[in-house]
Every structure is written in structure tokens, then in C-alpha cells.
Design a protein. Structure first.
Length: 425
RNA sequence: GGGCAGUUACCAGAGUGGCCAAAUGGGGCGGACUGUAAAUCCGCUGUCUUUCGACUUCGGUGGUUCGAAUCCACCACUGCCCA
């Protein structure tokens, strides 16, 4: 399989350095992608770089995932309009462990393979390099003029928040990573998001000047929504790959909610389905967009990829229960149905209080569905709250045992998509 | 070290003594329409609260004033220029 051709039709190729394809065709090539340990889990924004590594390995090359323990301490100015806050070392270490364990799920680390994946942490080599060593070894080979010409730097110089020396140095630090991997692991290729292009090129430049060797690079486009919105953010923040932070159900829902135009682009990027299959899916989808064939397939494939078959099934079941009969009365949900709903917010509530009756505002606030009664009131007035699928507009309403489903549950919806299940016992 | 400009809510950005919880735009949330899309339209968006009202906000601390985001002093931070 030709990696470059594969990535091209999938729309995963933005910039590519001349000679990269030849290099890949010539021999098994080692390539790396860097991941930022800014949080203890990766989110779906990191999914594309991960997929680059997976595709690379599938094509018979050797992937290295680099966790930026050192670079994380510096802070990448790319795409940032302001100086970043520094993470404490402790936080950083926690994050590195989290990120590392996730990457392990997606790549094949079987050491018997010639192209087994590898994980590295650039802190391992940076910790032994002194500042003086660094500015002599790396700094001497790259001019400030060169570094200033980078987009990430230029933007910050033109802006009005300035840039610290620390962040200015970032590209050199990242460049040194590439050089180090080139020298020690025969890594000749770096991949990443297109915002990384500048940093990556500094690396190839450093390699060329220090060793006279040749290194290559390509980047993938940054994923955007068709309406220009930020990808991967919802009202609840990032979509994480960690099931504890974003449940598989929420994860599944995120993809299911993709717009038509996004779904067609995303299914190529985020799934491994072959071109012919995707094309026919698109045709089917266009014939009847309301069925959302693309969204469903996208959501299925990805949830399976990230969380596994089991979790996918559960996510689909929950979706089925909460949405497919949304118009039907709640009575159609059995005790088992309700008890086994997974992935949504569940809370317990005291049976005594229900027996006595609670006013709706207190009830919503006490169950942390809203932060305060005031917030609950506003939402109620906006017509955004349903109890057991019936829209509530009466602010005085009392919640009591008549509202219990199967004597035990209360199903609350805020908006169309936010479901809460209260178990009363 | 010197000079100049600035710091307002999630972001951008108006407001330069009372009509300011603070314009406007973006973002976010909710509603209508739909397909759990997109586009469009409508509402909400400091906190708490029985929509009364109370409380806390305009970098920080003090002050002037009946009254301060607005005036004064000092401090902090940021940017630009000079050394």
C-alpha cells in the first residue's frame, strides 16, 4: 500500500516535503509524531496524528510516538496568540503517563515486528543536556533570522502580547528532537498537524546543517467544522479519548451529530474504510440525508476504534433508548431499559423527599442538573426542560411519587440531547 | 533606568462622575423549523433569589465625592520606543 496515495485521497495530506514519497517507497522508514502532554488524556484533536501513525504502520513503516515531556515544559507558540501558562512538573508527569497509556492502545508495540511501534519521551534526552550544550550544539546552527521568519513567531511579534524567550526557543527544542531521533533511531520523517510545519522544518534544517543528512516531513490539515467552528469542542468542553472523561455514549453522540458536509470529510479521515465503500456510502447518504448513514457509520467505526466493540454496543443501545422512540411515551421504557442506560449522568435521590414532594426548582438544583435554582428557572422559562419526556413550563410544579417511572426513576432532559437519569431510593 | 500607550465579563471591544450588571459583535446555552444536520428566526448569557430584590464585578490597594469602570495617588502587569 502506498502511504502517500492513501493519505491523499483521504484528504489527510496538507504539506509534503519533496522526496518524502520516494523515501517511503525506498525502504522501511521510521517516522514520528509528537504529542503534547497538556492534559492527562488525549482528545479527538490528537486523533488525526494518531491515525497518521496507524496508517504509517499499516503501510509497513515504523512509527514512533513522542510524548513531549521536555517540550511540554516550554510551550508551543504555534496557533497561540498568548504566552502559555507553564505546567508544573508534577502535573506534566501525570499527563505523560495518561497520554502514554492511551497511545499504547492504538499502535502495535509487538517487539517481534520489524516495524514495532515505539514510545519515547523527549525529556529522557533533554534532561541530560545543559543550556550551554544546547545553545552550542543546536543554537549555533540556526539563525535567529530563520526562526523569526516562522509564522508562529511572526504572528506573535506583530500581535500585542509579545513572546517570551522560552516560547521563541520552542521550535529549536522540537527541532532538536527530530535531530536526536534521526541520529539515534534512524528516524527520517516527521508528521504532524499543519500548524507544526514550521517547527518540523526547523528540525529537518537542523539535521541537514549538523549532519548533512536528509530528513522528510509531511503534515495533515487541521480539522475544522464546515461552519468554521472549532472541532472537537462541545458545551461540555473537549471530547476526550478517556472513557472516564467522555463516556463512550457521549463520544458516539459527538460523531453522530456531525453535519452532513463534515461527515463526508470526516469519514475519510477518521475511519479505515476503503475508498469504494466510502464513496458508495456517500451516494447512499445523498439519496436520503435524513437517514444519516454517514454519521452513523462514522460514529460506529470510531467508537469501536477508540473504545472497543462492547462499548460501542452499549452506546448504541443507550442512543436507541433515548432517541429512537423519543416521541413515544416513557412507558415504552422498561425497568431494565432504564437501569441499563449507560453513559449519561446518573444520580440518586432520596425517596423520602420525593414522597413529601419537592418543588421542581429545588429538585433540579439538588440533583446538580443546574447549578442553582436561578439557572433552573431560566432554563424552565426557556422551555428547555423535560421530565419523563414531557416539557415542563410550570415553575411551581411539585415533583412527587406520581412522577416516578416504575416507582424508581425520573428521566430528565435538558435540551434535546442532555439526558439525566435520577434513581430514587 | 527614561518616555509613551494600555489593563473592562468566555473572547473581541464600547463606555471617561449618577440613566452601568456595563453598548455591540462573536462564542456558548435554550426554543421554533428539521433529520439528535446545516441555514434562518426568537430568547437567555455576573452570582444568588419567590421575575420583588439582594450581593459581587471593570488589573490591585488606598483616596476624593452624597455617588467612581469613569477623577487622584501608589503599586503590579503588558506592549511599543529610547538607553
Amino acid at each position: 500500500m502506498n502511504l502517500i496515495k492513501e493519505l491523499t485521497w483521504r484528504g489527510m495530506l496538507q504539506d509534503i516535503m519533496p522526496g518524502t514519497e520516494e523515501q517511503l517507497n525506498k525502504e522501511m522508514t521510521t517516522a514520528y509524531v509528537g504529542f503534547d502532554p497538556t492534559a492527562d488524556s488525549l482528545h479527538i484533536g490528537s486523533l488525526v496524528p494518531i491515525l497518521l501513525l496507524v496508517h504509517l504502520q499499516k503501510a509497513g513503516h515504523k512509527p514512533i510516538a513522542l510524548v513531549g515531556g521536555a517540550t511540554g515544559m516550554v510551550g508551543d507558540p504555534s496557533g497561540k496568540s498568548e504566552e502559555r501558562n507553564m505546567l508544573s512538573e508534577e502535573e506534566l508527569n501525570k499527563n505523560i503517563i495518561g497520554v502514554r497509556s492511551q497511545l499504547e492502545k492504538f499502535l502495535n508495540f509487538d517487539a517481534t515486528l520489524p516495524n514495532a511501534a515505539e514510545l519515547t519521551n523527549n525529556y529522557d534526552w533533554f534532561k541530560g543536556i545543559s543550556f550551554l550544550d544546547f545553545i552550542r550544539d543546536a543554537g549555533k546552527h540556526i539563525t535567529v533570522n530563520y526562526m523569526m521568519a516562522k509564522d508562529s513567531v511572526k504572528k506573535r511579534l506583530e500581535g500585542d502580547s509579545g513572546m517570551s524567550f522560552t516560547e521563541f526557543t520552542y521550535q529549536l527544542v522540537q527541532g532538536y528532537d527530530f535531530y536526536w531521533l534521526y541520529k539515534n533511531k534512524n528516524c527520517k520523517l516527521q508528521m504532524g498537524g499543519s500548524d507544526q510545519w514550521g517547527n518540523i522544518v526547523t528540525g529537518t534544517e537542523l539535521i541537514r546543517r549538523k549532519t548533512g543528512g536528509e530528513a522528510f516531513a509531511f503534515t495533515c490539515p487541521l480539522i475544522k467544522k464546515a461552519d468554521g467552528g472549532k472541532f472537537g469542542k462541545t458545551e461540555k468542553g473537549n471530547i476526550w479519548l478517556d472513557a472516564n472523561k467522555t463516556t463512550p455514549y457521549q463520544f458516539y453522540q459527538f460523531w453522530l451529530n456531525a453535519s452532513d458536509s463534515d461527515a463526508a470529510t470526516w469519514i475519510k479521515i477518521f475511519t479505515f474504510l476503503p475508498e469504494t465503500e466510502i464513496n458508495s456510502l456517500i451516494v447512499t447518504h445523498d439519496a436520503n440525508p435524513a437517514d444519516r448513514i454517514l454519521q452513523k457509520k462514522l460514529a460506529e467505526e470510531l467508537t469501536k476504534f477508540v473504545h472497543g466493540e462492547n462499548e460501542l454496543e452499549k452506546a448504541k443501545e443507550t442512543t436507541e433508548k433515548l432517541f429512537s422512540n423519543a416521541k413515544a411515551s416513557v412507558d415504552s421504557l422498561s425497568v431494565e431499559d432504564l437501569a441499563s442506560i449507560e453513559g449519561i449522568v446518573k444520580t440518586n435521590y432520596s425517596a423520602e423527599k420525593i414522597k413529601a414532594g419537592v418543588d421542581i426548582l429545588s429538585f433540579l438544583a439538588e440533583n446538580s442538573i443546574f447549578e442553582s435554582k436561578g439557572a433552573a428557572r431560566k432554563m424552565l422559562q426557556n422551555g428547555g426542560v423535560s421530565i419523563n419526556r414531557e416539557k415542563i413550563t410550570d415553575l411551581q410544579m411539585m415533583v412527587d411519587k406520581n412522577n416516578l417511572l416504575h416507582n424508581k426513576f425520573i428521566l430528565i432532559q435538558v435540551g434535546k440531547k442532555n439526558n439525566f437519569l435520577i434513581a430514587v431510593e
